[in-house]
Design a binder for this molecule. Sequence first.
Ligand code: APR
Length: 318
Amino acid sequence: IVRNKIALVGAGNIGGTLALLAGLKELGDVVLFDVVDGVPQGKALDIAQASPVEGFDASFSGASDYSAIAGADVVIVTAGVARKPGMSRDDLIGINTKVMNQVGAGIKEHCPNAFVICITNPLDAMVWVLREACGLPHNRVVGMAGVLDSARFRYFLAEEFNVSVEDVTAFVLGGHGDTMVPLVRYSAVAGIPVPDLIRMGWSTQEKIDQIVQRTRDGGAEIVGLLKTGSAFYAPASSAIQMAESYLKDKRRLLPCAAWLSGQYGIDGLYVGVPVIIGGDGVEKVVEIALTAEEKAMFDKSVGAVKGLIEVTRGLMQG
Ligand code: APR
């Protein structure tokens, strides 16, 4: 059996963490790509030297030429710039649109059969640009946001209920921004929905509302603490979970920024919705019923994503 090949485009904070996690989980051979020569090679060598200690077998290499990603089964894209304190994800749009165009061209030329996961922000617009630039089928290009947003929600809920993070499931819909929609009704501890837990006295509506807001601001909270960049451990873990579901055909149901062609009444946009990821990529968009209030929040979030894409379209033409 030949090992899978995982190409990581962008060898910064998230890229390096992705490489280590891919190694620890033995997902395949890893190629790190970056425009800064030396960084991907250095990180690859460093991680390869961890492999005898951790006990994983995989090859790690670094490159600044796109030919290195040839034949990759999975490409995870983090190339671009990250936020600094005071910036919103949307402030990155100009520079990262250009970067997505370059990366998309590289993917188109060297690995048109890959499953592509975009992490670069502002996510819902950048995954759209990347798909346009690489021309791959829409079900093979997906954005990572919902797994991270729901992981933050799960972590805060587990703290509040004083239970294992493993037993908490949570649901977040919509764009990866201030308008994201954490769905309390579909979030649960071992199957017991959060509204029931409130009735059982485990928490209060006010506390849950605070957790919802902290989840929405989860990325900014970390940018504020780090000051020199944005979150990278949890974003990397989240994308690796998506890659693993594809490579192992696990058919996990995960919230991702997926292309909608009529689902949820939306046509031609990437928005965060629950999807099944298996060996064929995004195999299904799962349409859950929303209450009027949830629908209103979702529509507001979709409106924000549309606005970003309009800006991006202007940049691509200009
Ligand atoms: N092609 C390839 N790599 C590039 C390019 C390009 N055109 N432009 C920049 N890069 C590289 C940088 O050299 C850097 O190594 O992308 C890497 C980005 O790494 P970091 O700055 O450490 O950012 P990171 O924290 O990894 O986040 C990357 O993901 O979550 C988002 O908002 C975040 O958009 C940001 C991205």
